[in-house]
Design a binder for this molecule. Structure first.
Ligand SMILES: Cc1cc2nc3c(=O)[nH]c(=O)nc-3n(C[C@H](O)[C@H](O)[C@H](O)COP(=O)(O)OP(=O)(O)OC[C@H]3O[C@@H](n4cnc5c(N)ncnc54)[C@H](O)[C@@H]3O)c2cc1C
Length: 442
């Protein structure tokens, strides 16, 4: 009998174990895969640490708090440029006017695009300096991006929808304007104050957490296939399959820290209110291609930050370390990640050499100078990229969070935001719930 069993060793699962570390409770984390981190996954690529999943630590969030607490080295994301590739032309420039002026669009499309960019930036700057009224905020939360861009000319709409998919994942029809437009505008604003890049990659956070947990807290290759709520008995039974064969474990508390669509596969007898809340979480797939290239003699590439790529299988290319780092060993090394959020989940992508080669050809269409200079490529596909912050999810957040007795739910999908910061925040919430249940009542 364990005090706490946590299902999943991603940000939410390991985070919960971390926030319980001083409680004296016997905590076991069951992870279906061979490694920790879940969607915080970092690979070594041509000497760099490349993130195939979560990329940035957002400032002012739980993830930032953790990188400081855990002593993880970060550099700020310092974009100087913005770029768009459309109709065979790639334009990267320091001002939005220069980006739009160079594009292969009609004059009326250019005028509309620059107007839209201007409005988004004003709205964003008002938001970040607390000038947005509560009424305007409500309107933004209840409105989708699709509604916001419905009246634009098709070419302009395509650029904005692609930029939003590249940065914020998901279809404009599902994304709240409050969330996605801010994401979009933060890149346009060359926002230097809101993202950090962990030099050893995002997986450095769960790795550092693991070091602070007692040995053997995590059991690997242990997929949880069933969970029975033994009502009235004060404990839960967890069926596990794994390298050691099948096993039944019991715990006083169980924390489900798996993506929302996986929850019903693990617990078969969920009450109707929980199943219907889970069904309303959109957690679309995404495919990424990490590239490391030698850019000696091509210094302009160092300034690349966020390039919207219209008509490609990926929606955006991001350079997470614009300007490079101080290290001379990295001076001519460029790290790029192509985000195929509209490509969704492509099972088998990583092993599909032809398809990966095609994506690389598409990269050369956007950046022909990189041909012959690529030092390493990593392909990855995610079935559940992250839980979209849609108006629909915001409305049912309390049901998503609500525990069923001593069965608790934590993940990006139960958070007010999304991302690793959401998952770590939820880890802390659930750890506090468990600790509170141990306090004598009355
Ligand atoms: C391409 C991409 C870009 C992103 N960019 C950012 C970003 O810049 N910043 C940011 O903060 N976030 C970003 N995110 C989102 C972030 O990665 C996730 O929101 C967060 O990592 C989710 O953490 P989690 O613990 O909820 O889930 P996960 O990380 O998915 O962890 C769940 C764990 O449960 C395990 N598991 C699943 N089923 C079972 C089972 N039956 N039994 C046992 N174990 C199981 C999985 O193997 C996994 O390890 C990005 C994600 C992707 C994919």
């Amino acid at each position: 009998m364990h005090d706490v069993i946590i299902v999943g060793a991603g940000a939410a699962g390991l985070g919960t174990a971390y926030y319980l570390r001083d409680s004296g409770l016997d905590v076991l984390v069951l992870e279906s895969g061979p490694d920790i981190g879940g969607r915080s996954h970092t690979v070594k690529l041509a000497g760099t640490s490349a993130n195939s999943g979560a990329m940035f630590v957002y400032k002012g969030t739980k993830s930032e708090e953790l990188v400081h607490e855990l002593g993880i080295e970060t550099v700020p994301f310092l974009p100087e440029t913005y770029g768009i590739h459309v109709n065979g032309e790639t334009v990267v420039a320091e001002t939005n006017e220069d980006v739009v002026a160079g594009l292969n669009l009609t004059d009326s499309e250019k005028t509309e695009l620059i107007k839209f960019i201007g409005t988004s930036l004003t709205e964003y700057q008002d938001y970040v300096s607390d000038r947005t009224s509560a009424g305007q905020l409500d309107k933004l939360s209840g409105e989708t991006v699709a509604e916001r861009i419905a009246d634009l000319q098709p070419a302009v709409r395509d650029i904005i929808a692609t930029a939003i998919r590249g940065g914020a994942v998901g279809d404009p029809a599902n994304l709240s304007a409050k969330y996605a437009m801010r994401y979009f505008a933060s890149y346009l604003a060359r926002e230097k104050n809101n993202r950090l890049f962990a030099l050893e990659g995002m997986q450095a956070i769960p790795r550092a957490i693991l070091k602070r947990l007692p040995d053997h807290t995590v059991r690997y290759n242990a997929r949880v296939t069933g969970l029975t709520l033994l009502e009235g008995e004060g404990f839960n039974e967890v069926a596990v399959t794994g390298e050691d064969g099948g096993q039944k474990l019991t715990a006083k508390h169980v924390v489900l820290a798996v993506p929302a669509p996986v929850v019903p596969d693990v617990v078969q007898n969920l009450p109707e209110w929980k199943t219907s809340a889970l069904k309303r979480v959109a957690s679309p797939g995404s495919t990424t291609l990490n590239i490391v290239a030698d850019i000696e003699g091509l210094p302009e590439f160092k300034d690349w930050a966020f390039i919207v790529t219209v008509g490609m299988p990926f929606d955006a290319i991001i350079n997470p370390v614009p300007g490079g780092t101080e290290e001379t060993s990295r001076a001519n090394i460029l790290q790029l990640t192509c985000y195929g959020n509209s490509a969704g989940y492509l099972p088998g992508f990583a092993d599909d050499e032809q398809r990966v080669a095609q994506w690389l050809e598409d990269v050369y269409t956007v950046a022909p100078q990189l041909r012959g200079r690529v030092l390493g490529v990593h392909a990855q596909t995610w079935q559940h990229c992250f839980a979209l912050l849609s108006p629909e999810r915001a409305a049912i957040l309390r049901e998503l969070q609500r525990s069923i007795g001593s069965l608790h739910f934590a993940g990006d999908y139960t958070s007010e935001t999304a991302g690793t910061h959401g998952a770590y925040t939820e880890a802390e919430r659930v750890a506090a719930l468990i600790l509170a249940s141990l306090q004598p009542t009355g």
